[in-house]
Design a protein around this ligand. Sequence first.
Ligand code: ADP
Length: 481
Amino acid sequence: MKTIFEILLNKLKSLKSLRFFIILLLFLVGLIPSVIISNSIVHNYKTRAISVRTTEVVDQSRILATRLDSSGYLLNPLNDELNSEMNLLTDIYDGRIMITNDRFLVIYDSYNMSTGKTMISQEIIKCFSSGTGSTAYDPDNGYIEVTVPVNDSQTSETEGVLFVSASTDNISDSEIILKRNARIVVVTMTILLFSLSLFLSYLLVRPFKRITAAISSIHEGFGDPQVTIPDYRETEAIMDAFNSLMSRLKTLDESRDEFVSNVSHELKTPLASMKVLADSLIAADEVDNETYREFMVDIADEVDREDKIISDLLSMVRMDKAESAINAEETDMNELIELILKRIRPIADTKGVQMIFESKRQVTAYVDRTKLSLAIMNLMENGVKYNKDNGWLRVGLDADHQFFTLTISDSGIGIPEESLDQIFERFYRVDKSHSREIGGTGLGLAITRSAILMHRGAVKVTSVEGEGSTFTVRIPLKYSA
Ligand code: ADP
């Protein structure tokens, strides 16, 4: 049973989609401003309408106050004309008008409730003391209250106070209508924005779905045609990267197949020779001792050859392993080269190849002795193997403050120009038949290059067919991972 927490977590995870974020973004970007704008329009309307109404009431009250003074209303309030005018104003403002004299006695009240009574309020006292009026808005009851002094035009003394209250109900009614309209606009905007964001998000996300579908449809192998989704530059870039990854994988896959078939072939060749040799011994009725011995020597040679292929393969696999780290140690390169030359000497002597070591200086480097020895040994061995009888092999050693350089030149058969790029590939041999009698697996230079690259070094070759070859190796004096 899934807990509520797990269900919630799964729901949250499903929201982690690009489409959801696009919908949310478009929706919020469109909706938030429209809500803010409609609210501020309603609010501004109300403030402005109240302010206009207040000014209007103040103006009317001032005119009325002047007329009250000029008609001597405070002494004789029985003025029909003014009274009916004030009644009319009361109707228009849906409010109330009251007039007090200097003894705070109400001499006119449009509601007729307070006439003859005493009315004292802060506004009225302020009006008498300062001679200026005041305005106030009561939002709870929806009234504008205006207090205006009735000043004597000659003495400027305040003789009474006019108190007018005006209802703001019609403003509130308009506000309600405006609010309702704003709500309709917001709801319509919400529906429109939601539909638009659904549609846009569908359009924006569609190419990504097509990418997923295109990639999922590539089930087998790497032979499928290249997939392009040209909807956006970004999707095109994703597909370009994907296609180039696929073609790299294809190359790797092909080279692995080729390698496996090469290995099988190389391992089978000595076995086939041994089988032929053994079969002919079995088939012969009588074999003399010498022929028997000769065949056994050939079989032993083939066993050696098989052994060499297997140990070369093992060395190569070891070099290839990413984790096979370099075990760098301080090494006297002159001493190391002398040692390798000593090991090669017996083969060189059989061919009468003269070996010369020319060192420009004493070189000490931090290298993996075992791996680098193997690399140098392969180069020197080739220099002897592919040499003419009584030829020479020259080994040069030099260094600057950063690198040491090793040159191995021979006076051998040379390498054709078109093969120079390929000789470092696994199992590649310039002349298969030639190499076969010389003996070799085609793995030596591949191992050499791996070992040198592991030391962050480089190897290059120059050669003239029939004259000889020169391999140049450049390796940092200090290995840095
Ligand atoms: P192999 O085991 O055949 O020597 P390598 O990988 O060491 O394999 O060399 C690959 C091929 O490059 C050789 O078969 C040979 O044809 C060519 N080669 C290598 N070194 C030399 C050289 N010093 N002179 C001429 N050809 C060479």
